[in-house]
Design a protein around this ligand. Structure first.
Ligand code: FES
Length: 144
């Protein structure tokens, strides 16, 4: 069996939504302490809906595929839905990732959450700090 699914290979070779949004409403940048890979996520939000999303990933193929799939999953969705996106959902949408590559999908979840937090803060929207993981707390993704 191939190590990576066709969807992972497709999103790695042809990543969707790569780039920068100059007038983004929320920007999130997270890094993986273990491998040093970095992911930056840009959100354009209108009336609580994510109308555009772009990313830059300086990282492995799984991180690129995860970022690409994550942007597809949240584009057009309400902010509240994007908040709930988990790395497991991203990995499932990619038809799975090898166990030792699951931490790469965590980067996508955290980059989106970090961008949403930035959006809340820039717009003075109250939020519950508890719903955000600390992006610097990499313990949950770097134990492999
Ligand atoms: Fe660093 Fe995949 S090995 S994010």
């Amino acid at each position: 069996m191939a190590l990576y699914s066709e969807k992972v290979m497709d999103h790695f070779r042809n990543p969707r939504n790569v780039g920068v949004i100059e007038d983004a409403d929320g920007i999130g940048e997270v890094g993986n302490a273990k491998c040093g890979d970095i992911m930056k996520m840009y959100l354009k939000i209108e009336d609580g809906i994510i109308v555009d999303v772009k990313f830059e990933t300086f990282g492995c193929g799984s991180a690129i595929a995860s970022s690409s799939m994550a942007t597809e999953l949240i584009k057009g969705q309400p902010v509240s839905e994007a908040m709930k996106l988990t790395n497991k959902a991203v990995a499932e949408a990619l038809d799975g990732l090898p166990d030792y590559k699951m931490h790469c999908s965590v980067l996508a979840e955290e980059a989106i959450q970090s961008a949403l937090k930035d959006y809340y803060e820039k717009n003075g929207i109250a939020y519950d700090e508890e719903q955000f993981k600390d992006p610097s707390d990499c313990a949950h993704c770097c134990e492999d």
